[in-house]
Design a protein around this ligand. Structure first.
Ligand SMILES: [Zn+2]
Ligand SMILES: [Zn+2]
Length: 352
């Protein structure tokens, strides 16, 4: 089969490698019908994630069709159309039993690490992918949900909702600011309303993304380069700051933006993947009773979000901006890497 193989920082190739096979009785093999590229794939290619070794197939999002099943798999069948979660779940360990799939103790990839696809085992940017612990790690796609909607459930929708909205404890009537409106920031904007957010402020340097954010549910937007940007945000609250500031970039400056606008007693939910330490002004935060949360997605809300997508309650149809075939993988990476120029949100790759 063909797959996108990482060959060390800055190097990748769409090349021929052996087809995956069943290795454990709880595995399935999925023919990848649709996949996409995530910001974390770009981090890996920069060399920011040293656990990813040369030779690894990248990608952790897919919708596909089961082509082989292991002997222990009873709830799935060849031909089932499924969403592959970006997080493995053995379904048996103490973390899985409490919904913390992100730290699943199953020994595929590494015990204690839920994110294994395109990280510790071969991923989904390929014609086929082996999925361990399949009964707990894939989700059947309801009829009527197209691949380019279902693919948003693999990672970005659960990430924005769980790590942004739920960890940030958004509650009815809240003013929520989302700093960074790439796909995951937009997923947080799209799902903040589920918890009753009254105002949702999109903060991003890119004018196109600020404008797009309104289509996903933002009620206001602020350009963080404006001299009075902070006053603009505070004016959208009672003057004391936002209830919840969601960081969806992963650099020190945007975490600082959240610190600047959160109200006393408020929450900062960090969703961004950081590659460097952030200075924490704890001397100011403690006395303002600020909660800070962060984490790797569990995807334990995937089924609930899928129900909403199936009923067209979330505007996931706006997320896919560019379409390619799997063979155009290199071109798709180029388009996604130049998102400011190409206005790409999610690039969709489908089997031709
Ligand atoms: Zn991702
Ligand atoms: Zn587990």
């Amino acid at each position: 089969m063909k797959a996108l193989v990482y060959h060390g920082p800055g190097q990748k190739a769409w090349e021929e490698i052996p087809d995956p096979t069943i290795q454990a009785p709880t595995d399935v093999v999925v023919q990848v019908d649709t996949t996409t590229i995530c910001g974390s794939d770009l981090h890996i290619l920069k060399g920011d994630v040293p656990a990813v070794k040369p030779g690894r197939v990248l990608g952790h999002e897919a919708v596909g069709t089961i082509t082989q099943i292991g002997d222990a798999v009873t709830t799935l069948a060849v031909g089932d159309r499924v969403i592959v979660s970006c997080i493995k779940s053995c379904g048996k360990c103490s973390f899985c039993k409490t919904g913390i799939y992100s730290h699943c103790l199953g020994d595929e990839g590494a015990s204690g690490m839920g994110w294994i696809f395109g990280h510790l085992i071969d991923g989904t940017q390929a014609e086929y992918v082996r999925v361990p612990y399949a009964e707990n790690s894939v989700y059947k796609v309801p009829a009527g949900v197209p691949d380019d909607h279902a693919i948003m459930l693999s990672d970005i929708l659960p990430t924005g909702f769980e790590i942004g909205v739920l960890y940030g404890q958004v509650k009815p009537g809240d003013v929520v600011a989302v700093v960074g409106t790439g796909p995951v920031g937009l997923a947080a904007i799209m799902t903040a309303g589920l918890q009753g957010a009254a105002r949702i402020i999109a903060i991003d340097l890119d004018a196109n993304r600020r404008e797009q954010a309104h289509k996903f549910g933002a009620t206001h937007d602020v350009d963080p380069r404006a001299a009075d940007w902070k006053q603009q945000v505070l004016a959208l609250t009672d003057g004391l700051g936002v209830d919840v500031a969601i960081e969806a970039v992963g650099v020190p400056a945007t975490f600082g933006t959240c610190v600047d606008i959160v109200r006393p007693g408020g929450n900062i939910a960090n969703v961004g993947v950081h590659g460097a330490p952030v200075e924490l002004p704890i001397q100011n935060l403690w006395i303002h009773n600020i909660n800070i949360s962060m984490g790797l997605v569990n995807t334990n809300t995937l089924s609930m979000l899928l129900n909403l997508v199936a009923e067209k309650k979330l505007p996931v149809d706006l997320m896919a901006t560019h379409y390619f075939t799997l063979d155009q993988m290199m071109e798709a990476y180029d388009t996604f890497a130049r998102a400011a120029e190409t206005k790409a949100l999610k690039v969709i790759l489908t089997r031709s």
